[in-house]
Design a protein around this ligand. Structure first.
Ligand SMILES: Nc1ncnc2c1ncn2[C@@H]1O[C@H](COP(=O)(O)OP(=O)(O)OP(=O)(O)O)[C@@H](O)[C@H]1O
Length: 363
């Protein structure tokens, strides 16, 4: 596994100071998450060499210095693929021409072929289209294809879905996930969208006012009440599960987590495979008694470990399921009526789940 060692200081306008001192293991997707103005793009641009970090800053990719006291490698010598918010395709080239530009920058013989990239990103039908006739989502998929064809050692994506919504956003997210997973190129993914991050990331680096406030695996951070991601309306915990089998008659698959069954829509896969299940906090409700005759298939016995009520009408409850954790967002009134407190044993009813990618390495 590669590693990016960062000791970065960079000043922006209005006394803004980015100060990041972290070693990032480059495994899968690391999301750089934070509010607007927290310094996400500044950090990405410093890593890319598009912006100068202050003298004394250091950026090392494994043993290769990208920046230190003696070195300031230009962006094109860092072996990165950069995807911007606006795709920045070459308007005078068609889709195929844009992809071939990536191929020309190909540094190693081990990169993907045009056919592979087109397959991952669904680009085959677009190859002969002019770029100004493409939708925003199609343009982003081409930009991603162009970046991958240069066989980068690291992908840097700056809110590539920010200008998309609805179906186009979902399709593009699925395509990016597929391409990142198939290409096995590690990625740093800037976003302020909690749902996007919890669907895509393996690790999280959370920034606030130019400082890192949390860094770790999505599995560990997503269910923490003090994680910035949990404050978002789209907060979701991630449960690591094993595929147990399929119920063909009802079109369902059974996953097991901590000795309990969870039913999801039928999915391909063989028993024993490891998967991640995303469980949105707002889709988890709590009962003191085990619910009977409920249409909700997934009911887990859990133990309350933490409750955050504050002044908001909603409470966030952290729940232990064996060694793992869920979050439930319920009304403060319900938390009071149920007299919930840490240590209580209750039942969590889960309305919906979304299957995420198979875990290559649960670390
Ligand atoms: N080119 C620049 N020169 C000087 N200061 C900048 C520049 N770009 C951004 N800044 C400042 O740096 C700070 C961090 O901005 P940055 O764009 O890195 O945040 P961000 O987290 O990516 O925000 P957003 O999610 O809104 O894109 C802000 O105070 C911003 O005004």
């Amino acid at each position: 596994m590669s590693q990016l060692a960062l000791r970065v200081r960079c000043r922006g306008a209005d006394d803004f100071l980015l100060e990041v001192s972290e070693n990032l293991p480059l495994l899968g997707v690391t999301a750089i998450y934070g509010a607007s103005g927290s310094g996400k793009t500044t950090l990405l641009e410093c890593i890319a060499g598009l912006r100068s970090a202050e003298p004394g800053s250091q950026i090392h990719f494994d043993t290769t210095p990208w920046q230190d006291n003696a070195t300031q490698l230009p962006p094109w010598q860092r072996g990165i693929g950069y995807v911007f918010q606006d795709a920045r395709l070459f308007p005078h080239l068609d889709v195929e021409g844009n992809l071939h530009y990536g191929l020309q920058r190909h540094r190693h013989s081990s990169g993907p072929s045009v056919a592979e990239v087109c397959h991952w990103l669904g680009l085959e039908p677009l190859l002969h289209r002019q770029c100004d006739t493409l939708s925003a989502g199609q343009r982003q998929r081409v930009a991603m294809g162009r970046a991958l064809l240069a066989a980068p050692r690291l992908l840097l994506l700056d809110e590539p879905l920010a200008n998309l919504d609805g179906d186009s956003r979902r399709q593009c997210l699925d395509a990016l996930k597929r391409a990142i997973c198939a290409s096995q190129v590690p990625a740093l993914y800037v976003s302020h969208d909690a749902e996007e991050v919890s669907q895509l990331a393996d690790r999280l680096l959370i920034l606030e006012s130019g400082q890192v406030v949390q860094h770790g695996s999505l599995l560990a951070l997503s269910s923490r009440i003090d994680c910035a991601l949990s404050r978002d309306e789209q907060a979701a915990a991630i449960l690591q599960c094993e595929l147990a089998g399929h119920d063909e008659a009802f079109g369902l698959s059974e996953l097991r987590a901590e000795g309990h069954s969870l039913w999801v829509n039928h999915m391909p896969g063989a028993p024993g495979e490891q998967h991640r299940l995303r469980i949105p906090a707002r889709d988890v409700s709590l009962c003191r008694e085990q619910p009977r005759q409920t249409s909700i298939l997934n009911v887990l016995p859990v133990q309350v470990t933490e409750i955050e009520t504050g002044d908001s009408p909603r409470a966030l409850v952290r729940l232990a399921v064996g060694e793992q954790f869920l979050l439930a967002r319920i009304t403060r009134k319900s938390a009071t009526t149920l007299q919930l407190k840490p240590g209580d044993h209750v039942f969590a009813q889960i309305k919906s789940t979304a299957l995420l990618t198979e875990i290559a390495d649960p670390a």
